[in-house]
Design a protein around this ligand. Structure first.
Ligand SMILES: *[C@@H]1O[C@H](CO)[C@@H](O)[C@H](O)[C@H]1NC(C)=O
Ligand SMILES: *[C@@H]1O[C@H](CO)[C@@H](O)[C@H](O)[C@H]1NC(C)=O
Length: 419
């Protein structure tokens, strides 16, 4: 390993020795990790299988910290960090100021300013050091540019008490290592690279102690305080709005029915395409996406033969609905057509009436006001009813949602530039 190092002294055992030179820097880094690190990274959206929303009290609540770091080459990296109470983002990391952003009045939990400042210093050290260390060891750890590292760390709360903690790391979106008991363990299938990294990390007892302390003391204490402080937000119930549309046709003679569920809180929701009481197995559920006002949006689709759409409905269960499911019936195929025929008929009728009046008028030799038709056509349009207007509405609405999302994403991606 001829790394032509600028440092001059070249200790004997290559990876190991140079690593210990760095230990002093690594320590604070790993410390920072402490309270917050869980690396579930790869599986962020994975748990979205349709399920009825259970009573919130039964689900374990967690406080966790997420870190995502991209390394483009040996001189370019950027990281972002955030803190979450369950599904609600509570903290961000401001890269310009190098400070924690508290996103809610209750995001401080019951920690003192002093304690929060200490944590902030820890994270500051961590974010700076992490990039430097990873860049320095990328070669020895066989990280290949460009690569992505993610950390997910935190603790859980169930039935009124702390129920566990976790610290997971991912490399290129796959599980890489975790902190178990009091040591670093390579994830199954992560290979010799992860074994090597863990073997090195495990030599640093102080770091392990700090991680352990953050995970098993600081985190649960913070979680208890923030749970108490954020109770009203967590318990907030907002009913969804539900509407239907068609998506791009999946093929000749087929329809893609889309059920939009928007603006609900909290996040768990159950949505299914139904025929009577029969759940439609082909129902496809998208990701639950955030609105900027901390409510959620979900679209659920069904690919059906055009003739089979009648009689289908979209059923939504959500904790805000108090057991009264929302059921919207597909009027899709025939309703707009019928309404359109009706509208055409009405217009024809109006034209007939108009013509006969015109005849009368002209036979009376009087002028006709040119705007006379417009109130009638407005009436004809509104006679088409909500079925049509609902379908027209979804297009701008969807792009509006995308816009909002995009803005939010951009804001939260506001990167941590390092170096
Ligand atoms: C490193 O990556 C960044 C971002 O992709 C790029 O702008 C920069 O030119 C790269 N630098 C080198 C030395 O390759
Ligand atoms: C915060 O609240 C938790 C639980 O209610 C409690 O255990 C802790 O002592 C409180 N204070 C601090 C500073 O953590």
């Amino acid at each position: 390993m001829k790394a032509g190092g600028p440092g001059g002294q070249r200790p004997p055992g290559p990876a190991e020795a140079s690593f210990s030179c760095r230990a002093a820097m690594l320590l604070p880094l790993l410390l920072t990790f402490q309270g917050l690190l869980l690396l579930h990274a790869a599986g962020t959206g994975a748990s979205q299988a349709p399920r009825p929303p259970g009573p919130a009290a039964e689900e374990p609540l967690s406080f966790h910290v997420l870190q995502a770091s991209s390394f483009a080459n040996h001189s370019w990296a950027h990281s972002q960090g955030s803190g979450w109470l369950g599904d609600v983002q509570t903290h961000g990391w401001d890269t310009a100021l190098d400070t924690i952003r508290f996103l809610w009045p209750w995001s401080r939990g019951n920690f003192s300013t002093q304690e929060l400042n200490n944590l902030q210093s820890l994270f500051r050290l961590y974010f700076h050091g992490f990039t430097i260390e990873v860049q320095a060891f990328a070669h020895e750890f066989q990280f290949e540019y460009p690569f992505e590292l993610q950390v997910l760390a935190g603790c859980t709360w169930r039935a009124g008490k702390p129920s566990g903690s976790f610290f997971n790391g991912a490399y290129q979106g796959s599980d890489f290592l975790s902190f178990q008991g009091n040591s670093w363990q390579p994830s199954p299938g992560a290979g010799s690279r992860a074994q090597k990294v863990c073997a090195v990390l495990n030599r640093y007892r102080d770091i392990k102690e700090i991680v352990l302390s953050l995970l098993s003391h600081t985190c649960p204490r913070f979680l208890a305080g923030i749970l108490e402080a954020g109770k009203s937000e967590l318990g907030r119930q907002v009913k969804p709005e539900v509407w239907l549309s068609t998506g791009p046709s999946p093929g000749p003679g087929r329809l893609l029915l889309v059920c939009h569920v928007s603006g609900f809180h909290p996040k768990p929701v159950w949505v299914m395409w139904m025929r009577g009481d029969q759940e439609q197995r082909g129902t496809r559920r998208g990701d639950v996406l955030p609105h900027a006002d901390d409510t959620w949006y979900l679209r659920v689709t069904l690919d059906v033969a055009a003739g089979q759409a009648a009689g289908l409905s979209c059923r939504v269960k959500h904790s805000s609905l108090g057991g009264q499911d929302i059921i919207i019936h597909w009027g899709g195929e025939w309703a707009p057509l019928t309404l359109m025929c009706l509208a055409v008929l009405v217009t024809l009728l109006l034209l007939l009436v108009l013509c006969s009046r015109l005849k009368k008028l002209s036979s009376n030799g009087k002028a006709v006001a040119p705007g006379a038709r417009s109130p009638d056509s407005a009436a004809a349009a509104s006679a088409r009813g909500p079925g049509t207007s609902g379908r027209q509405l979804h297009v701008p609405r969807e792009s509006w949602i995308k816009n909002r999302l995009f803005k939010k994403l951009k804001a939260s991606l506001n990167p941590l530039w390092q170096r």
